[in-house]
Write a protein that binds this ligand. Structure first.
Ligand code: NAP
Ligand code: GLV
Length: 306
């Protein structure tokens, strides 16, 4: 069995070492143009050339949860596309979103600014009940995030394509229930996959439906947000702020209006990083299962786009 690893901007050697240790019979190498045919590839942001030269792949393992970039390429039709299922990401996502929601609820930005200016002043405590959180996407990450927010006693709603049940979370599904979900939320978390249906879903109309003084936490993909729509909503006070881990262009150009904006906190696509050890363990387990002819979780439905 031959396996190639390729990830733009990541050192291949530690991944290859771990894959070799987890799959002792396999020949594992970094993919390079002209490499002989392999059975599996483990990739992040590969060039089209990799797939053009590898027509016999049994499966393509993405070293992330979101497969939107891979779906822009022509993939060998028989190859299964497999995303990471959690693999250490959901706890990081829960940390990130809970800190952002708590930071907004407890006004820590305002306290930080005040104490930097030498002011020791108290603000009237806000009630969690007035800060319901809506989680868009109740998949592997969204469900964990919704559950973590419940631990802090936020009222939590979720929205997904098909009906879901999550303890303590009021779940909505489908386009018909989208507006009701938005109207019941003040803090909005985006954990949707980027697909033709979800591209630009965070826009003037949808964000305008949130309860006034809303707060946006986008940890999914930059393509979900219509970036020009955010600024007027922040200026009018319809949105009190936003914490954005993802942007359409990463890093954003120097003239991007979000840099230094007082109501926007940016992080560089780091809310849930790929955990190498956990990912290799998961991928190796799935390769062994596929070799035995067994089904594996996390196979992307190419029609749905996630
Ligand atoms: P997932 O398990 O595939 O869950 C996706 C959820 O979105 C599902 O609940 C799905 O509904 C829902 N959904 C999809 N299309 C929808 C639509 N048109 N309308 C309503 N709901 C829709 O994905 P995941 O593992 O939780 O990851 C979510 C996304 O997070 C990834 O695709 C990736 O873009 C992003 N991500 C970002 C980072 C980062 O560091 N910033 C890290 C990891 C992942 P159903 O339940 O009905 O299928
Ligand atoms: C990161 O953005 C991922 O999709 O895993």
């Amino acid at each position: 069995m031959r396996i190639y690893y390729y990830a733009q901007g990541t050192k291949a050697a530690p991944w290859i070492e771990l894959l070799r240790a987890a799959l002792p019979g396999a020949e594992v190498a970094e993919w390079a143009p002209g490499a002989p045919p392999a059975d599996y590839v483990v990739v992040w942001a590969p060039p089209q050339q990799l797939f053009d030269e590898q027509p016999r792949l049994k499966a393509i393992f993405n070293t992330g949860a979101g497969v939107d970039a891979l779906l822009k390429l022509r993939l060998p039709p028989q190859a299964k596309l497999v995303r990471l299922d959690d693999a250490g990401m959901s706890v990081q996502m829960a940390e990130y979103v809970c800190q952002a929601a708590i930071r907004h609820l407890r006004e820590f930005d305002a306290y930080e600014q005040a104490t930097r200016q030498g002011q020791w002043t108290f603000r009237k405590p806000r009630s969690r009940e007035d800060y319901p959180v809506g989680v868009m996407g109740l998949g592997v990450l969204g469900t964990r995030v919704a559950q973590a927010l419940r631990q802090f006693e936020f009222p939590v709603r979720g929205w997904s394509r098909s009906p879901r049940q999550v303890d303590g979370v009021q779940c909505h599904a489908g386009e018909d229930q989208f507006d009701a979900f938005l109207a019941a939320s003040r803090i909005l978390v985006c954990l949707l996959p980027l697909t033709p249906q979800t591209e630009g879903i965070l826009n003037r109309r949808t964000l305008g439906r949130l309860q006034p003084g809303g707060y946006l936490i986008n940890v999914a993909r930059g393509g979900h947000l219509v970036e020009d729509d955010l600024l007027p909503l922040l200026e009018s006070g319809q949105l009190a702020g936003a914490m954005l881990d993802v942007l359409r262009q990463e890093p954003p150009p120097a003239e991007h209006p979000y840099w230094g904006h007082p109501k926007i906190v940016l992080t560089p696509h780091t809310s849930a990083r790929t955990d190498r050890e956990a990912s290799v363990a998961q991928i190796a387990g799935k390769i062994r299962a596929l070799e035995r002819g067994e089904p594996v979780p996390g196979v992307v439905d190419l029609k749905r786009g996630y």
